[in-house]
Design a protein around this ligand. Structure first.
Ligand code: NAP
Length: 630
């Protein structure tokens, strides 16, 4: 059943007859089913009430069941309100196509004025526009074109499948949909239906974006059926069990070679598992890290897809089209590697981000409290750092935050000092333990957030111990200069730690990850884009270990003492600097060719007979000592 709807004067009957002819269907005009009382009212210019319409719509609803049983038909019916359309939907929703014929008020008024034989009084037009509730699931057609063009557009839109689907119309899903459709992709979108709570979310969103080619669905099967095969479906939903549940709902609806892309922040271990699960159903799977937040999603995110390479090739033009562009105009999107490697890399991205944010918080605390600098002056100092090769998205937003006033006061001062987190930092730490990889700065940034969240405990400890923080009395300019060097050194170390873990995972899981390419897709669109990241692209082209690159070695040789000095001063004056301290200690451990771990091995062997290796014997041999002579 096709129902042509819209206000009077849009040509529902004329177009309806033509369309019915073209499709070899029967045509029905809802006006022919009005009871005499309604026709009388309409011809006298009296608007029908909902009460007047009820029996008429119900009769049409009953007829629709009969017409559909006879093979369907085309019905011209104004169906202005959602409640009217509900009364007409007496057969399953996917067996009815509403086509909304649209025109602006002046155009339709002109058409109605030219009519002579119709009982409709043009003065009712205004009330029709007032009553019109834009349909959520209709094909939208402008009547400001020839009849043939209208028919052709309806046929095209009815037959055309979309080329991409998005599930989850939250912050990210909506913005990616606008980005994608704006880039020319015909989209289907779906959001879960929770009666009374989450209804018509996707359809309402699609309607609000009527200038874009987006079809919104409230029913999963209709959504899947609307996408051309092999289907590409992006999940932008909450990570965790919601992804498993949605995948399980999709599996029976999908076919061979269809592709599910999980664009949320899923744990890479879950992505590995889902990859294997879907392979058993011949369904392709990609776990794609997406970074850039709301603005990135809308204007160009950084995208890190991992999983099926052949399926990736199919969607690469779509993802490349919406991604941010690097300095050479290339998309900040590249195939990362197999299985959960895309989500692994995104997880480490977020880990680096945690530590970068914490470093800026430590810089702020040292300047604000240690040096008693005003927020504006801190912002100015950080502004000057931007020109010293430290520019980054996170530095820029920090400067803006330091200038944001509310009622003449700094908004930052009104924000509770208890940091939240969603998990990726913690997962990075777990992954580091699994891989046996050091993750000092990132793990300490996670722990700093954990400690910050214990606000009540901290306040009571502060009472017990009294205020320990003291003003840093060294020359402020000297300290700020040292802080700038230390900031750079700590950032380099933090990036090196993150990339080293990616390298480790690549080796252990046989992923063959390309660090230079990963750095490149992080040069724009994502939260950790920075000048340092742009430099890292070429560093990794030559050397997989950032801290061993000759240029970095030269820089850190000079800066490491400033880093140590800042940490020393900070701790001596009562300022916690978890990530600065962690970076400094990691660095000293990293360059320590002969560490004290020999003592650890001796202790392990002492109490647990765990054995040890000797520097004066081949490494293949293990030794045990009876440490206490009997
Ligand atoms: P959001 O605004 O909270 O939206 C979450 C979406 O998931 C909604 O459409 C929600 O549907 C759906 N959902 C929640 N529980 C569900 C369930 N049990 N079954 C089916 N659908 C369910 O979140 P978001 O910010 O768009 O994030 C989406 C994903 O992208 C997350 O994995 C997030 O970690 C990741 N991500 C977010 C950002 C960011 O900056 N926001 C950046 C990168 C990645 P309802 O509306 O029906 O609840």
């Amino acid at each position: 059943m096709i129902i042509l709807m819209g206000v009077s004067g849009t040509g529902k009957s004329t177009i309806g007859k033509l369309l019915a002819d073209r499709l070899d269907l029967s045509f029905y005009d809802a006006d022919d089913f009005h009871p005499p009382g309604n026709i009388d009212k309409l011809s006298k210019g009296v608007a029908l009430t909902d009460f007047d319409r009820q029996p008429w719509l119900k009769k049409l609803g009953t007829n629709i069941i009969k017409w559909q049983a006879k093979g369907g038909g085309v019905l011209a019916c104004s169906a202005l309100k959602e409640s009217y359309r509900k009364l007409l939907t007496t057969i399953p929703g996917d067996q009815i196509t509403f086509v909304h014929l649209k025109g602006d008020f002046e155009l339709i008024k002109g058409r109605l004025a030219a009519r002579t034989s119709h009982f409709f009084d043009p003065s009712l037009l205004k009330s029709q526009y007032r009553d019109l509730e834009d349909p959520t699931l209709a094909i939208q057609i402008s009547v400001n074109q020839s009849q043939e063009e209208i028919i052709q557009e309806i046929l095209n839109k009815m037959n055309q499948k979309t080329s991409f689907g998005i599930i989850g119309m939250g912050v990210m899903g909506q913005n990616l949909a606008i980005n994608m459709a704006g880039n020319g992709t015909r989209l289907s979108v779906y959001n879960r239906h929770v009666p009374g709570k989450e209804e018509n979310i996707a359809a309402d969103f699609a309607n609000a974006q009527s200038h874009l080619s987006i079809q919104g669905y409230d029913a999963l099967k209709a959504f899947v059926d609307s996408i051309a095969t092999p289907r590409n479906i992006l999940l932008m939903i909450q990570a965790g069990s919601a992804v498993d549940i949605t995948i399980d709902e999709l599996i029976p609806l999908l076919g061979k070679d269809d592709l599910i892309i999980d664009g949320g922040n899923s744990n890479y271990l879950d992505t590995n598992r889902r990859d294997q699960h879907l392979a058993k159903h011949d369904i392709n799977f990609i776990g794609a890290g997406i970074s850039g937040g709301e603005e990135g999603a809308r204007k160009g995110p950084s995208i890190m897809p991992g999983g099926s390479r052949s399926a990736y090739r199919r969607i690469a033009p779509i993802l490349d089209g919406i991604a941010a562009k690097d300095i050479n105009g290339n998309p900040c999107c590249a195939y990362v590697g197999p299985e959960g490697s895309g989500h692994f890399v995104k997880m480490v991205h977020n880990g680096i981000e945690y530590a970068e944010m914490q470093l800026l918080a430590e810089v702020y605390e040292l300047m604000r409290n240690g040096l008693s600098m005003a927020p504006n002056s801190i912002a100015e100092t950080l502004e000057s750092w931007k020109n010293q090769g430290h520019d980054s998205y996170l530095l820029e937003i920090t400067i803006n935050i330091l200038r944001k006033q509310e009622d003449g006061e700094l908004l930052l001062d009104k924000i509770l000092d208890a940091a939240s987190q969603k998990g990726t930092g913690g997962w990075s730490t777990e992954a580091a333990i699994k891989l046996g990889s050091p993750l000092n700065t990132i793990a300490d940034a996670v722990m700093a957030r954990n400690l910050s969240a214990q606000k009540t405990l901290r306040v009571s400890a502060n009472k017990s111990y009294g205020e320990i923080k003291k003003r840093i009395e060294t020359d402020p300019d000297d300290f700020i200069n040292a802080l700038e060097e230390a900031y750079h050194a700590a950032r380099v170390i933090n990036h090196a730690i993150g990339f080293d873990m990616i390298n480790e995972a690549s080796d252990q899981y046989n992923w063959s990850l390309n660090l230079s390419e990963i750095a490149r897709i992080w040069t724009n669109g994502c939260i950790i884009r920075s000048e340092l990241m742009s430099d890292a692209v070429s560093y990794f082209g030559k050397c997989n270990r950032l801290l061993l690159h000759p240029k970095i070695v030269d820089t850190l040789k000079l800066q490491q003492s400033q880093l140590a000095m800042v940490v020393g001063q900070a701790l001596a004056h009562g300022y916690p600097t978890p990530v600065f301290s962690s970076a400094a200690s990691f660095f000293l451990g990293y360059v320590n060719g002969r560490s004290s771990a020999n003592l650890l091995q001796a202790q392990r062997d002492y109490f647990g007979a765990h054995t040890y290796k000797r520097v004066d014997q081949p490494q293949s041999e293990s030794f045990h000592t009876e440490w206490i002579s009997s």
